[in-house]
Design a protein around this ligand. Structure first.
Ligand code: S3P
Length: 165
């Protein structure tokens, strides 16, 4: 059993991932955290020192490694399904669940989040909303290839279990 949670920054992948892994008695890995451990650098450090394209290569490598783990729930980074053929790799190696959240809710959650995210650092609410709209237009085609889709990150865990079984 291998489950990938995918979706935009701030949609609740890590929180749901942790709960779902406990509910299903699986291990949980946050992909960004895994990348940080493997590279001995934080995500903002990788972006600042090496740039986004190097980050995407590291992200791909992490995904290739995680696709070998069993009995696991993986909270992926928001951009992960949208680069290389990552979404195919995920669909071919596990169950993908897209957490599809309204852009204005994403903006509120991101403005209140303590996690440092290089792509949106320093943006006002207005700038953030247009950035989300713009990137979602490009990313939706990848997100929508997930095998399952939910619209609430706090959906009943038993219902999620039924959905993917
Ligand atoms: C990114 C999302 C982040 C992290 C990096 C890039 C993106 O993960 O991987 O900052 O491109 O959407 P979260 O979705 O966990 O914030």
């Amino acid at each position: 059993m291998r489950i990938y949670l995918i979706g935009y920054m701030g949609c609740g992948k890590s929180t749901l991932g942790r709960k779902l892994s406990e509910h299903l008695n699986l291990q949980f890995v946050d992909m960004d955290h895994y990348i940080e451990m493997r590279n001995h650098k934080t995500i903002p450090q990788i972006f600042a020192e090496e740039g986004e394209s190097e980050f995407r290569k590291k992200e791909r490598k992490a995904l290739e490694e995680l696709a070998e783990f069993s009995d696991i729930v993986i909270a992926t980074g928001g951009g992960a399904p949208c680069f290389f053929d990552n979404i195919d790799l995920m669909n071919n190696s596990g169950k993908t669940i897209y957490i599809n959240i309204d852009p204005s809710i994403l903006a509120d959650r991101l403005l209140n989040s303590k996690t440092e995210r290089p792509l949106i650092k320093g943006k006002t609410r207005e700038e953030l909303v247009s950035f989300i709209d713009e990137t979602l237009k490009k990313r939706n085609q990848f997100y929508q290839r997930a095998k399952f889709e939910i619209t609430q990150p706090d959906m009943d865990l038993k219902l999620i279990e039924e959905l993917i079984s």
